[in-house]
Design a protein around this ligand. Structure first.
Ligand SMILES: C[S@@+](CC[C@H](N)C(=O)[O-])C[C@H]1O[C@@H](n2cnc3c(N)ncnc32)[C@H](O)[C@@H]1O
Length: 474
């Protein structure tokens, strides 16, 4: 889209927004074109802004959701949760807030010019950089990032085909132009609406559920279907940063966006999407930033820990299977742990309270490993004669585990850093490298922290990729 069309769409959207009864938009801000830094539209300050200034107000009637769209009135059976809750095994389970909003968005989108939200749809994205839309080759660049298993394309598609498509097909008169579209085309529309919701929608508390006087943060966190979700025009033109300067307040009749601290003329107004690692930022929003790398995580699958116990210390698989079954029966078994830094809470004015620091291996992983090693000691007292030996094995197993995770990434930190210096990487390729590099750096911090212990000597050879020498003492 050339810049006059792009800015024309922004201008029409602003006019439409200002015509909504109850909407306000401060003279101190404007919508701008930030495509030169891959940030689409955003809002900047045109003059210095004091803290707690109202930047704009969105009347709740301007939001798109099941309460404002005409669709639920036209298809009461589909949306009426009570009638679907009947105790009938054959009854269709109620649609959750996620699929309900996708259906509403498909309906409004297919209305075209007749939708009351047309100027809003004109500023919503038509293309996405989220991994949902990446090729296998592009996904391969994420290497062994756990995020690859969280994209959920197949399950989303199953829901679109199994749930939404039959509703659209059996109500063709309500969904304009649906008859002339193939199943594939409608699924593509559903994917686009789903991805738009993922990156743009807010959680909106229903009035009756809202705790008195309590505000909610806004961005969609809850995908389990309980919350009321909605598309909030203008609030979603705000980009976000890990350090932010504005906040969306949820009030009874409207949502207001206010400044949290002084904002200088020319600065961008940033909302907050949450303490997401870059992998999650990419999965939901299709971008990554250096500032979010403080929240990076690495998932540690328990089976990698078990392999370390077997290969490093010869603990038989059968012993581990038995111990695992016992813990599973007691519902105390975890199959995945999260390696992360201590980041502290963000200050109330949107700034960081301090640097992120790696403080240690996940406590729950250590507890489970300890429980396993105690079990091993019972069946093989010679292998683990005392607590000192158990602690030593515990550390070495964790070190081996981290090393195994590092070796799952085909390139080293050094190689990734070199790659990022090149200027021939695609945007998606660059983001994939940044995600995997952030994970490797966290692993390196954890390895360094563990190897500061005398019993386990480890090195990270950056030229040839990470490597480890674990001294099997004792
Ligand atoms: C709620 S929208 C914000 C408005 C969006 N820029 C637009 O043009 O419609 C969220 C999307 O904005 C982009 N975005 C938000 N914050 C960003 C940032 N700090 N840097 C780059 N892109 C950002 C991402 O594409 C994300 O999916």
């Amino acid at each position: 889209m050339d810049s006059s069309n792009f800015n024309g769409a922004s201008e029409k959207f602003l006019q439409w927004f200002q015509s909504l009864p109850g909407a306000t938009f401060s003279d101190a801000i404007k919508i701008v074109d930030l495509r030169d830094r891959n940030a689409g539209r955003g809002i900047i300050a045109t003059q210095d802004i004091a803290p707690e200034t109202t930047l704009f107000t969105i009347p709740r009637k301007g939001i798109i959701n099941i309460e404002t769209s005409e669709l639920p009135k036209k298809l009461p059976d589909v949306f009426d949760l009570d009638s679907q809750m009947v105790d009938d095994e054959d009854a269709v389970p109620p649609m959750d807030s996620w699929s309900s909003l996708i259906l509403v968005m498909i309906y409004e989108y297919l209305q075209g010019d007749s939708s009351s939200w047309k100027p809003y749809f004109d500023v919503l994205p038509s293309a996405f950089d989220t991994p949902m839309f990446w090729s296998e080759e592009e996904l391969g660049q994420l290497q062994s990032s756990h995020m690859r298993s969280k994209i959920g394309k197949a399950s989303a598609e199953e829901m679109f085909r199994g749930r939404l498509l039959p509703i659209i097909r059996s109500n063709a008169g309500i969904f304009p132009s649906s008859e002339s579209r193939s199943d594939e085309e409608l699924v593509e529309v559903a994917h686009k609406m789903g991805s738009t919701i993922m990156a743009y929608a807010f959680d909106l508390e229903k009035d009756e559920d809202a705790d008195e006087g309590e505000e909610t943060d806004g961005w969609v966190e809850d995908r389990d279907g309980k919350s009321l979700m909605g598309m909030v025009p203008m609030a979603d033109i705000l980009n976000a940063d890990a350090e932010f300067n504005a906040h969306v307040n949820h009030e009874e009749e409207s949502l207001t966006v206010t400044s949290l601290r002084p904002i200088k003329a020319g600065e961008e107004i940033f909302n907050y999407y949450g303490p997401h690692p870059n992998s999650e930022l990419l999965r939901r929003y299709g971008y990554v930033t250096e500032r979010h790398s403080r929240y990076d995580v690495v998932e540690i699958p328990w089976d990698v820990v078990e392999s370390a116990m077997t290969t490093q210390f010869g603990i038989p698989r059968s012993t581990l299977d038995k111990l695992r079954n016992e813990l599973e029966e007691e519902e105390e078994f975890e199959d995945t742990f999260v390696l992360e830094r201590e980041t502290g809470e963000v200050n109330s004015d949107g700034t960081f309270s301090g640097p992120a620091r790696f403080e240690g291996m996940p406590e729950d992983l250590q507890q489970q490993l300890k429980a396993f090693l105690k079990g091993v000691k019972k069946s093989q007292p010679d292998a683990i004669p005392d607590k000192r030996k158990r602690d030593e094995i515990q550390k070495a197993v964790q070190a081996k585990t981290l090393q195994s995770l590092v070796s799952r990434y085909p390139t080293s930190i050094f190689e990734d850093e070199l790659l990022l210096k090149r200027n021939d990487l695609s945007r998606r390729g660059r983001m994939a490298v940044e995600v995997r590099l952030g994970e490797k750096k966290l692993l390196r911090e954890a390895i360094t922290a563990l190897s500061s212990d005398d019993d386990v000597e480890m090195t990270l050879d950056e030229e040839s990729g990470p490597s480890k020498r674990a001294k099997r003492s004792g």
